[in-house]
Write a protein that binds this ligand. Structure first.
Ligand SMILES: Nc1ncnc2c1ncn2[C@@H]1O[C@H](COP(=O)(O)OP(=O)(O)O)[C@@H](O)[C@H]1O
Ligand SMILES: [Mg+2]
Length: 611
């Protein structure tokens, strides 16, 4: 064996073991999704698996009676009632087998549906508990996407698991029958099946390992498939004429996979033939032995028939067990991401004895020597940042793209925790407060706020979902954010479905969506309001109106707003200029202009572009 194949075979072994680890947690999920259904399913499966063994046993007694009558001229009349009772029993067993098969099928389907629902709910719950950090990590995000897909449609896997169980029980029953006749016979059979057994398992695992190694490519294929059919990409695909490029890449990748699979199938074909000849030889040698025993009168016809059935079934079952196992391992492989996803734990969580958020806030927020670095990156986004936001104060935060403005908002809302230093609220570290309670006191609208493909009402109500049916509050929030003007133009007003995904949905312009999103912040009735460039899609005049309104409405409240437009920023009582992770300048518009520093420079630059 060459060095390379040696290495690849050790890796294959590692992958195999790796992959098998998935099976117990998958079983656990299946069990949790319906313990009763699993139990009933297993119960019927035990019955079903004994039937293939029970019928030949009854058949043996029938044959023995017939042999007595025909060979030894025993009286038919004497045996008739026993004979026909046995026939009746055998018939009963076969009918029962058929019925039980249907019952099992029914339970499998119910279980598969339960499983899908259970896993989907678990994925949603778990996802919402995880840190934002996880979402902003592309690897995680990928994994979540796949976990979502993997949550559904596992009927095949569930059926295979059940069948595997059934096959094992049936094989055990038949082996028991052979053992009763002759332990020696069972030994021959087992010895001869070993090569086939090893061969089957070897290839099953190789196949599995191959699948495992192909996952990254399969992910890319999934991605290409998704891009090729996505709404977001459709415009560019058409205008840039990208579909050929995507299809070509898809073909290239999938051809590589096909080639690898084909190569393995060929090897399997070549190796499987000699192995199967070996196991057939084993099966035949036991068969020969049984024929000899019967021909020389040491065994009855009934026993002959039963043993033949047992031997044949055992060797068939063993190879089936292997193909089932590899099928299940295959399916479990697809659940790798789901399981990894379930294992992730959030780090931003409330302490067990967390404090409620202060009501009212007396001293405000303070960033004290805050250092922040996104996990897994080098750059210090915030470098010993210090600033305060006091009750009743409204400040504007400005700075060029990528200076860390949004990051500050994420730290205030505990979407992240600082790498070093502290964010305090009323002199107490944010980490001491209950996360949920803290969030209730802060209304934030981010630049990349969500456009829910739901009704206009729901799009506002998500700001505080308890108020979904509170018409007055919703209307009031819409009025404050100037969204009422948008809604008035909609055919069904607040009940208008928005977005293009669902029938009857109406898409809004960027600016219109922003006004709706803003209404969420007003609906929250929180003590602190934060707007992180949510008005970027509005034109300068519309943004000015929105902020003027914001200014009126937040009179006496704590507010932080982030904008690129100086026409808006200048309204703030205090302006903070963020640069290189620290505050470069702060003060009112007039003071900063007089100071003639960064602010004045940026202001001039923007103003000149309007002239
Ligand atoms: N999740 C993240 N992981 C790594 N880097 C990030 C992440 N989010 C933002 N950044 C980087 O941090 C810097 C500050 O981002 P951000 O706070 O969004 O800037 P701003 O809002 O001022 O434009 C940017 O350089 C950005 O690329
Ligand atoms: Mg930002």
């Amino acid at each position: 064996m060459t060095e390379e194949t040696n290495q690849s075979s050790t890796r294959a072994w590692r992958d195999r073991l790796e992959a098998l680890k998935n099976i117990p947690p998958v079983l656990r999920i299946v069990w949790d999704s319906g313990p009763w259904i699993v139990t009933l399913g297993l119960f019927f499966r035990v019955l079903a698996s004994l039937i293939p063994a029970a019928a030949p046993v009854v058949g043996k007694y029938i044959l023995d009676i017939i042999q007595g009558i025909v060979q030894r001229h025993e009286s038919y009349a004497q045996h008739a009632s026993r004979l026909w009772t046995l026939v009746g029993i055998e018939f009963g067993i076969v009918v029962a087998g058929n019925l039980i098969g249907r019952v099992i099928d029914y339970y499998d389907r119910v279980l598969a549906d339960r499983y899908t629902r259970y896993v989907s709910v678990q994925v949603m719950e778990h996802a919402s508990a995880l840190d934002l950090q996880a979402y902003e990590n592309p690897v995680f995000y990928d994994r979540l996407e796949r976990a979502r897909v993997q949550a559904t449609d596992r009927l095949v896997m569930i059926q295979s698991l059940g069948r595997l169980f059934q096959q094992v029980v049936t094989t055990a029953a038949f082996s028991g029958i052979i053992l009763v006749y002759s332990p020696f016979l069972l030994l021959i059979l087992v010895v001869c099946l070993i090569p086939a057994f090893l061969g089957e398992s070897h290839f099953a695992f190789l196949n599995y390992a191959l699948n495992f190694r192909q996952t990254p490519v399969k992910r890319e294929l999934d991605y290409l498939r998704q891009v090729g059919g996505s709404k977001e990409a459709a415009k560019e695909l058409k205008l840039f004429g990208l579909s050929g490029f995507l299809t070509e890449r898809f073909n290239r990748l999938s051809n590589a996979i096909l080639d690898q699979n084909l190569a393995l199938s060929r090897r399997r074909l070549l190796a499987a033939a000699p192995l199967s000849i070996l196991s057939t030889a084993g099966y035949y040698s036991t068969y020969v032995w049984v024929i000899y025993e019967t021909a020389t009168g040491r065994t009855t016809f009934g026993d002959f028939q039963l043993l033949t059935a047992a031997v044949m079934n055992t060797s068939n079952n063993i190879s089936q067990i292997f193909s089932l196992l590899s099928g299940i391992a295959d399916q479990a492989l697809f659940l790798t991401d789901l399981l990894a996803f379930f294992q992730m734990q959030p780090t931003v969580v409330s302490k067990p004895d967390a404090l409620p958020a202060p009501r009212p806030i007396r001293e405000g927020f303070e960033f004290r020597n805050v250092v922040f670095q996104y996990p897994g990156t080098e750059r210090l986004i915030l470098d010993r940042l210090n600033f305060r936001l006091e009750p009743g104060e409204r400040i504007a935060l400005i700075g060029q793209n990528g200076q860390g403005k949004t990051t500050i908002v994420k730290l205030m809302t505990r979407l992240y925790d600082p790498t070093a230093g502290q964010v305090l609220l009323d002199g107490i570290d944010l980490r001491e407060y209950s996360v949920e309670d803290l969030c209730r006191e802060i209304g934030v609208i981010f630049q990349d706020f969500m456009r829910y493909e739901m009704t206009a009402r729901e799009n506002i109500a998500v700001g505080r979902i308890e108020y979904l049916n509170d018409d007055e509050r919703i209307r009031d929030a819409a009025e404050k954010s100037l969204a009422d003007g948008v809604i008035r133009k909609l055919q069904y007003g607040y009940e208008q479905m928005l977005g293009r995904r669902f029938e009857g949905g109406v898409d809004l312009s960027g600016g219109e969506w922003q006004k709706l999103a803003l209404a969420r912040a007003y609906l929250r009735e929180s003590q602190v309001l934060i707007l992180d460039e949510p008005t970027a899609a509005l034109d300068a005049k519309a943004e000015y109106e929105v902020f003027e309104r914001f200014n009126e409405l937040t009179e006496g409240k704590m507010a932080l707003f982030i904008s690129h437009r100086f026409s808006t920023v200048r309204m703030a009582e205090r302006i903070i200029v963020l640069e290189n992770g620290r505050i470069a300048e702060e003060g009112s518009h007039d003071r900063l202009m007089a100071h003639g520093g960064r602010y004045a420079e940026m202001f001039e630059l923007q103003a000149s572009s309007y002239r």
